[in-house]
Design a protein around this ligand. Structure first.
Ligand SMILES: Nc1nc2c(c(=O)[nH]1)N[C@H]1C(S)=C(S)[C@@H](COP(=O)(O)O)O[C@H]1N2
Ligand SMILES: [Mo]
Length: 309
C-alpha cells in the first residue's frame, strides 16, 4: 500500500505507476536483508571489502557522510538543498536503464543486472559544485567505459547523452514548468571513455541514496557538479551534441564543457576558492578540480571551445 503524502503537488491516485507496486517489494527485500539473507545483488551493491582506487588520492579529509547526504542539489525534488527527506519517496526498485542510440547492441539493463555484471570498485573523488561548495566522498560503482563496452558504440557516436528519471508522482520540482525537463546532460565520447568517468551505485559503502542520485548516477569529478546527472534511466550515444539542462536555461552562465577552473569566474561570482561541506573551510580551487593529469589532454584540440564555463 502506498503511503499517502498529502502534498499539494500530488497527482491523482489513478495515475499510480508500477513504481507504486515496487514500494511493497522493496520493504519486503529490506526485511530479508535485515535477517542477513541479502540477495546477491544487494551484496554487490554494498561491497564492504573494497579499498579505494589508489590512482585517485583524495588529498583532503572525507566529508562527513551526514553532510554529503543532507545538502543536495536535485531540482526534480526542490531547488532548496534540504530535500533529502522528500527524496526518500523515490522508489529505487524496479529500476531500468536503457543504453541505446549509435551502438551495435542497444540494451535495457535492470539495475540488479548491472550490479551483478559490472566489476564494483570504490573511488574517493572530490566534487565541486559550480556554486562553489565542494565535498570529498567515496563512491562505489564502475567505469562508464565498461557499461558502454556492453553495447558496442559505433564509430559515428560522438556524444553520450544522460537522462534522469522524470516521475511527477514523486518529484514535486517537476511541477515548475519553466525548467526544461527532463534533466539531460552530455559528454563527448572521449570524455565518457576517460578513466575518471564513473557510474556510481553506492556512497560510503552503502546503496546510493535517492537524494544523491540513487540508484545509479554519473560522476565526472573534473567538471562542475551539474554535469553529473542523477538517477539515470537512459544513456544514448549520438552524433549530435545534445541540448543540456543548465545550458538551455542560461547559456551564458552554464556551458556544455563546464570544466572546473579557478581562473574563469562565473558571471556572478568568483571560482577561485570553494567551501568544504562539513568544516566550511575555504580552500583554493584547482584546475580540472585537480584531475588535470587524467583529462587535460582531452582538450588539446578544443581550445577554441568555452571549456571552463
Ligand atoms: N537529475 C539531476 N541531476 C543533478 C542535479 C539535479 O538537480 N538533477 N544537480 C546537479 C548538481 S548542480 C550537483 S552539484 C550534483 C549534486 O550531487 P549531490 O547532491 O550528490 O552532492 O548533482 C548534479 N546532478
Ligand atoms: Mo552543482
Amino acid at each position: 500500500m502506498l503511503i499517502r503524502h498529502p502534498r499539494g503537488w500530488e497527482i491523482p491516485e489513478q495515475a499510480a505507476t508500477p513504481e507504486t507496486v515496487a514500494l511493497g517489494r522493496r520493504r519486503l527485500l529490506a526485511g530479508v536483508a535485515a535477517l542477513g539473507l541479502a540477495s546477491p545483488a544487494a551484496r554487490a551493491e554494498t561491497p564492504a571489502s573494497l579499498t579505494p582506487d589508489p590512482r585517485f588520492p583524495p588529498g583532503r579529509p572525507l566529508t562527513p557522510e551526514k553532510d554529503a547526504e543532507t545538502y543536495n542539489n536535485y531540482y526534480e525534488f526542490s531547488d532548496d538543498k534540504d530535500l533529502w527527506e522528500d527524496a526518500k519517496i523515490l522508489p529505487l526498485r524496479p529500476w531500468a536503464i536503457a543504453v541505446d542510440g549509435l551502438v551495435a547492441k542497444p540494451k535495457t539493463f535492470a539495475i540488479d543486472e548491472i550490479l551483478m555484471k559490472m566489476p564494483q570498485e570504490e573511488r574517493i573523488y572530490r566534487h565541486r559544485c559550480v556554486e562553489a561548495w565542494a565535498m570529498t566522498v567515496p563512491w562505489t560503482g564502475f567505469p562508464l567505459r565498461a557499461l558502454l563496452a556492453e553495447v558496442e558504440p559505433l564509430g559515428s557516436a560522438k556524444y553520450v547523452v544522460f537522462q534522469t528519471a522524470s516521475l511527477p508522482k514523486f518529484m514535486p520540482g517537476l511541477q515548475q514548468p519553466w525548467y526544461p525537463w527532463p534533466y539531460v546532460e552530455g559528454l563527448a565520447i572521449d570524455e565518457a571513455e576517460n578513466d575518471l568517468a564513473f557510474v556510481a551505485t553506492g556512497l560510503y559503502g552503502k546503496p546510493l541514496p535517492p537524494q544523491n542520485g540513487g540508484p545509479i548516477r554519473l560522476v565526472v569529478p573534473w567538471k562542475y557538479g551539474f554535469k553529473s546527472a542523477k538517477s539515470l534511466i537512459k544513456i544514448t550515444l549520438s552524433e549530435k551534441r545534445p541540448a543540456v539542462f543548465w545550458q538551455s536555461i542560461q547559456p551564458r552562465e552554464y556551458g556544455f564543457w563546464a570544466n572546473v577552473n579557478p581562473d574563469v569566474p562565473h558571471p556572478r561570482w568568483s571560482q577561485a576558492s570553494e567551501r568544504l561541506l562539513g568544516s566550511n573551510e575555504r580552500v583554493p580551487t584547482q584546475i580540472y578540480n585537480g584531475y588535470g593529469a587524467f583529462v587535460a589532454s582531452l582538450y588539446a584540440d578544443r581550445m577554441k571551445e568555452p571549456l571552463f564555463m
